[in-house]
Design a protein around this ligand. Structure first.
Ligand code: HEC
Length: 120
C-alpha cells in the first residue's frame, strides 16, 4: 500500500516536470510557422512546397537552420538583396532561381525569409 502511494506520487512528479520542461522548450525555440502562414496568406503561393523542393537541401528547417547554406532567419540582406540573391544565386555556391521559379515565387520566398524570427 505504502509503496504504491510512493510510486504514484513519483509518477505525478516526473510527469509534471516533463510537461513543464516541454512547455519551456517549445516556447524558447523560435519557429518558421507564423512567417510561413503570413507569407502564404499574403502571396497565395505554396511557399512551403516551393521551399521544400528547392531550398531545403541546403537551408535547413525552412530557413531556421544552416545546412550546406547559411541560416536564412535573421539575414542581414535587405528585401531587395534577398530577391537578388535568390534570382541569381551565387556562383559555385547556390543555383539561380529566377528562371526555375519565376518572379512571383522568388519574391514570395524573399518576403517569407524577411518575415522569419530574428529579423532586425
Ligand atoms: C546547393 C545549395 C543551395 C540551394 C539549393 C539554395 N541555396 Fe541559398 N545559399 C546557399 C549558400 C552556400 C549560400 C551562401 C552564399 C554566400 O556565402 O554568400 C546561400 C545564401 C542564400 C541567401 C543569402 C543569405 C545571407 O544572409 O547572405 C539567401 C536569401 C538564400 N540562399 C535563399 C535561398 C532560397 C530561397 C533557395 C531556394 C529557392 C536557396 N537559397 C537554395 C546554398 C544554397
Amino acid at each position: 500500500m505504502e509503496i504504491k502511494k510512493i510510486i504514484s506520487i513519483w509518477s505525478i512528479l516526473v510527469f509534471s516536470i516533463l510537461a513543464i520542461g516541454n512547455r519551456f522548450a517549445t516556447a524558447e525555440e523560435p519557429s518558421h510557422v507564423e512567417a510561413m502562414a503570413a507569407a502564404t496568406e499574403k502571396f497565395k503561393i505554396n511557399i512551403k512546397g516551393t521551399f521544400a523542393s528547392n531550398c531545403s537541401w541546403c537551408h535547413g528547417k525552412f530557413g531556421m537552420k544552416a545546412g550546406k547554406g547559411p541560416q536564412l532567419a535573421g539575414t542581414e540582406l535587405t528585401l531587395e538583396q534577398t530577391i537578388e540573391r535568390i534570382s541569381n544565386g551565387k556562383s559555385g555556391m547556390m543555383p539561380p532561381y529566377l528562371k526555375v521559379l519565376g518572379k512571383e515565387k522568388v519574391e514570395a520566398l524573399a518576403n517569407y525569409i524577411k518575415m522569419l524570427p530574428g529579423q532586425k
